[in-house]
Ligand binder design. Structure first.
Ligand code: F6R
Length: 369
């Protein structure tokens, strides 16, 4: 049932191109507009929404952090993202005009379920993004957009995460479509970009041997840091989470701009630091800033592992190891940039002798608060 792979996780990483394509399937019509009929929340209600609040845990929370960039950029509706376990304990401000998006692979995560119950009690509309048909979270929500990753068996989430991102982009575009903040041709352009992502993920997977080799060479390390900016920041958090849960190593993700406010003190000789570099096109200011961050940490001895777009030459002089990802629009880059970090964590954990499908102390679905 592992389809020839040693671990479910390897199989699920390899299934990502298909999972991404399947999650788009049937949701785009011939003209390139979105047909999210499943979102049963009426258009007039969605037009009244004045705030989006995303609640989720762990990897799904990281998908939510990325969704915030897309939602605010494409719809101009303010969006907050909150850990489900923190949400209801701070008496959040919610009303009928709040759209709460609950993201969960299993659909059974108790923290997320309690958060959405609280939101509905306050009159908010809840849309679930979920991978498990008929599970509790979609059953208790006003509407659901299913991710079509197929069953995810390995405890660490991989293909479900990528499909959560796709679903979040679809929700953001749909909101833009319904509210008229995105024109039909703009939506078509993003949809075209999304449709090409499956092939891009496939290409990333074909080039992972050097990443695996690097991961094995770092199996004796105690700490790995991850840096990113903009949507690369949640990608850094996700890379660190994968390494913690699988390799049982100290791993931390930082916003690269925060380095000088503290974390740079951690940099010491030969410390591996993974840096997720945004596209040099578009938001080039961001790109230049992160290139100087890479220089700063390298000058202090860090071993830099740079994830950068094909053709981004500016990073070459400062990268001890360079991981290339295909050119994608900035907002969609997490779909390709996360994949090498999954492979990295999986291989490093295996090199340390860990069972990547069943990491210690973890369960696939956490049904207690
Ligand atoms: C990390 C991981 C967990 C889950 C989290 C939420 O690899 O798998 O962090 O993402 O427990 O689970 P779901 O999505 O089922 O609500």
């Amino acid at each position: 049932e592992k389809g020839g792979y040693d671990y479910f996780m390897l199989k699920e990483i390899a299934e990502q191109p298909k999972a991404v394509a399947d999650t788009l399937l049937g949701r785009i019509d011939g003209a390139g507009s979105l047909t999210l009929d499943e979102v049963r929340i009426p258009a007039n209600v969605l037009r009244e929404v004045d705030k989006v609040v995303i609640v989720a845990c762990g990897t799904a929370f990281h998908a939510g952090l990325i969704a915030k960039y897309a939602i605010e950029h494409w719809t101009r509706v303010p969006c907050e993202v909150e850990l489900a376990s923190e949400f209801r304990y701070r008496d959040p401000i919610l009303d009928q005009q709040t759209l709460v998006v609950a993201i969960s692979q299993s659909g059974e995560t108790m923290d997320t379920l309690m958060a959405l119950r609280h939101a509905r009690e306050q009159g908010a509309k809840v849309l679930a993004i979920c991978n498990t048909n008929g599970s509790t979270i979609p059953r208790e929500s006003d509407a659901v957009l299913y991710t079509h990753a197929g069953p995810e068996v390995a405890v660490a989430s991989t293909k479900a995460f990528l499909t959560q991102l796709v679903a979040c982009y679809l929700v953001a575009l749909y909101l833009g479509q319904v509210r008229g903040t995105k024109y039909a041709d703009e939506i078509r352009a993003v949809v075209r970009d999304l449709a090409s992502i499956s092939g891009a993920v496939e290409r990333v997977l074909e080039t992972m041997e050097p990443v695996r080799e690097l991961a094995r060479s770092l199996a004796g390390k105690n700490t790995v840091l991850f840096l990113g900016r903009h949507v690369g920041y949640p990608v850094a958090l996700e890379g660190a989470l994968k390494l913690k849960e699988l390799a049982y190593m100290h791993a931390e993700g930082f916003a690269a701009g925060e380095l000088k406010h503290g974390p740079i003190a951690l940099i010491e000789d030969d410390l591996p630091v993974v840096v997720v570099v945004p596209s040099p096109r578009g938001r080039s200011v961001l790109h230049d800033k992160i290139v100087s961050n890479i220089q700063e940490i390298r000058a202090r001895g860090a071993r830099t592992i740079v994830v950068a777009e094909e053709g981004d030459d500016a990073v070459v002089p400062y990268a001890d190891h360079l991981i290339r990802v295909p050119v994608t629009p900035t907002l969609l880059q997490p779909l390709v940039a996360t994949v090498p970090l999954q492979v990295f964590a999986c291989e490093l954990a295996t090199a340390r002798g860990n069972d990547v499908d069943q990491p210690r102390n973890l369960a696939k679905s956490v049904t207690v608060e």
